[in-house]
Design a protein around this ligand. Structure first.
Ligand SMILES: *[C@@H]1O[C@H](CO)[C@@H](O)[C@H](O)[C@H]1NC(C)=O
Ligand SMILES: *[C@@H]1O[C@H](CO)[C@@H](O)[C@H](O)[C@H]1NC(C)=O
Ligand SMILES: [Zn+2]
Length: 237
C-alpha cells in the first residue's frame, strides 16, 4: 500500500479513515513509557495541524489505555481554541450526555481521563481541566520556557491555578487533577523554540540579556536546529 505522507502520519498515529483507533501506546508497560508515547502523538498531531503554534492535546482514558479524542490549537478558526480547549470541546461533542445533562451525567467518565498537552496549560485551559474534572494533566514544555522562547504567556503556573480551587466556604477541593510536567520535554521545547522564532525580536533579546538568559538562547540554538517551521515529524525540526 502506497501512502501519501499525510496518510502515513495518520496511519502511524492509529487514525484510519474509519476513525478506529488502535493506538501504538497500548502495548507499553510503565507510566513513563506510556506518557511519552501519548505525548509524542500529541506533538505529532500539533505539528500536522498547526506547526506555527504546536500546541497539541490528547485526552486518554487511562483505565482503558485508549485515546478518547484529539485537539490542536485552532486559532485560524477561533483564537480561543487552544489545543486543550479544542480537545475538551471535541470530547464533549463526541461523547454527549445521554440525558442532555452534561453537569451531572456526562457522556465520558472524566475522572478516568488524562489530558496530555505539549505545553503547560494556560490559566484558561487549566481552569477547564478543573471544571471538566480530568484526574491527571501531563505536559511537555513549561510556561516559563514558552515565555523564554519568545511567545507571550499568562505567567501563572497550573500548580497555582489548581491550588486556588476551593469548594464552597473555601473548603479544600480534593477533586483536582494531579499534575506532571516535563514529559518529552526536549521534543516539545524543540517544536516551540522553532515555531516561535518569529517572535524573538529586539525587545526579546534585550530582556533576555537583562535577565542573564543569554546561555538559554545559546543552548537552544545549539541543540535545536530549525530549518523552516516544522511541518510534521518526518521533517527534521
Ligand atoms: C476530535 O477527536 C477525534 C477522535 O479522536 C479525531 O478523529 C478528530 O480529528 C478530532 N477533531 C479535532 C478538530 O481535532
Ligand atoms: C520571560 O521572557 C523574557 C524575554 O522575553 C525574559 O526576559 C524573562 O526572564 C522570562 N521570564 C521567565 C519567568 O522565564
Ligand atoms: Zn490555553
Amino acid at each position: 500500500m502506497k501512502l501519501s505522507s499525510k496518510q502515513y502520519v495518520l496511519f502511524a498515529l492509529g487514525i484510519t479513515s474509519a476513525g478506529v483507533s488502535a493506538n501504538s501506546c497500548q502495548a507499553l508497560q510503565g507510566q513513563q513509557a506510556i506518557d511519552e508515547c501519548y505525548m509524542k502523538i500529541a506533538l505529532d498531531y500539533a505539528l500536522i495541524h498547526n506547526p506555527s503554534f504546536p500546541f497539541g492535546a490528547l485526552i486518554v482514558d487511562h483505565t482503558k489505555n485508549d485515546i478518547s479524542c484529539y485537539g490542536a490549537n485552532s486559532n485560524k478558526k477561533n483564537r480561543l481554541l487552544h489545543g486543550e480547549t479544542a480537545a475538551f470541546w471535541n470530547c464533549t461533542e463526541l461523547f454527549p450526555s445521554p440525558t442532555n445533562d452534561d453537569m451531572s451525567d456526562p457522556g465520558l467518565d472524566w475522572s478516568h481521563q488524562t489530558l496530555y498537552t505539549t505545553g503547560e496549560p494556560c490559566p484558561m485551559c487549566a481552569s477547564q481541566s478543573i471544571y471538566r474534572g480530568v484526574s491527571r494533566v501531563v505536559w511537555g514544555t513549561s510556561i516559563p520556557d514558552i515565555n523564554k522562547s519568545g511567545r507571550q504567556q499568562l505567567m501563572i503556573s497550573m500548580h497555582d491555578v489548581v491550588a486556588s480551587a476551593k469548594l464552597g466556604a473555601n473548603l479544600p477541593n480534593t477533586q483536582v487533577p494531579v499534575l506532571e510536567g516535563g514529559v518529552l520535554k526536549d521534543e516539545c521545547d524543540h517544536a516551540f523554540w522553532c515555531a516561535f522564532e518569529v517572535f524573538r525580536d529586539n525587545d526579546y533579546f534585550a530582556a533576555m540579556a537583562r535577565d542573564g538568559n543569554e546561555k538559554f538562547i545559546d543552548d537552544r540554538n545549539a541543540r535545536f536546529k530549525c530549518k523552516t517551521v516544522p511541518k510534521n515529524n518526518h521533517d527534521e525540526l
